[in-house]
Design a protein around this ligand. Structure first.
Ligand code: BTN
Length: 265
């Protein structure tokens, strides 16, 4: 059973109600859960409508891309998952999630975050540090796509990051040196997501791609490398194509990377 929604979230959702459409309606809140993506998937299995949102203030089994653990201590982050059903929007969900989180953070806090392909939300400084990530998990049957769960984890506050993360992770409060209103970040993120979905439902992916490219300067002209069965390949990033694949110049050819892990050198 869900816990009562804290008042600051009720207020932030009311403040963004006219821009959020169905995103955040309904909102289920949990002080602690395993993974909000799992909870949202079971709601979707039981017919939950597009925009149904699960929010937790801690996760005991939060997961990231490639099955990695997503560190989700109590009170230090926003752990959120959204049921998405629209088939026109589905191919662009990962990009839309990255843009929504980046612009949600920028609008609510003023922190000028960037995106690192495919959808790590980072701050650029002496080193690039990650403060949010997006995980889209699709469920299909022989009849086609049933739903996608769009999950995002945003590091809001100070937390004692495990040693393997401490030199790569950061949080909004650590970067700004002040308290931030996490509920406002959620409200703005849902509002941007709704706006991007409205475009995608009308078949318009160009504005989303344009905004993604603006938010991801490192997707062009940066030295990158990745592993293949034949060994490590390196090249220079050359932007994303209109399907969201990363293009990389390797010697005299362009490689197209659709998924997997790319290291920024
Ligand atoms: C990444 O690897 O960068 C993606 C991280 C996604 C984490 C979020 S937290 C809310 C939702 N529930 C999960 O178990 N994972 C996602």
């Amino acid at each position: 059973m869900a816990d009562p929604v804290p008042e600051e979230f009720t207020r932030a959702l009311a403040a963004t109600a006219s821009r959020r459409g169905q995103f955040g309606n309904p909102l289920y809140f949990f002080f602690e859960t395993g993974s909000t993506n799992d909870l949202a998937a079971s709601l979707a299995e039981n017919g939950a409508s597009e925009g149904t949102t699960v929010l937790a203030s801690s996760q005991t089994a939060g997961r990231g891309r490639f099955g990695r653990v997503w560190f989700s201590p109590p009170g230090a982050g926003l752990y959120t998952s959204i049921v998405c059903r629209n088939r026109l929007a589905a191919p662009f969900l990962t990009l839309a999630g990255g843009v929504a989180v980046a612009d949600g953070i920028r609008t609510a806090t003023g922190l000028p975050v960037h995106i690192k392909w495919p959808n790590d939300i980072i701050v650029e400084g002496i080193a690039r540090r990650k403060l949010a990530g997006v995980l889209a998990e699709a469920t299909s049957t022989p009849e086609g796509l049933q739903y996608v769960i769009l999950g995002f984890g945003i590091n809001l506050g100070l937390a004692a990051y495990p040693p393997e993360l401490s030199d790569r992770a950061t949080s909004i409060e650590l970067e700004l040196g002040r308290h931030v209103d996490g509920a406002a970040v959620l409200g703005e993120t849902l509002a941007v997501l709704a706006e991007r979905f409205r475009e995608l439902e009308h078949g318009e992916s160009v504005p989303l791609l344009k905004r993604w490219r603006e938010l991801a300067p490192s997707a062009r002209g940066t030295a990158v490398e990745w592993e293949t069965v034949g060994g490590t390949v390196s090249g220079i990033s050359a932007g994303i194509d209109d399907d969201g694949a990363l293009l990389v110049r390797v010697a005299d050819r362009i490689e197209r990377i659709i998924s997997g892990e790319v290291r920024w050198k």
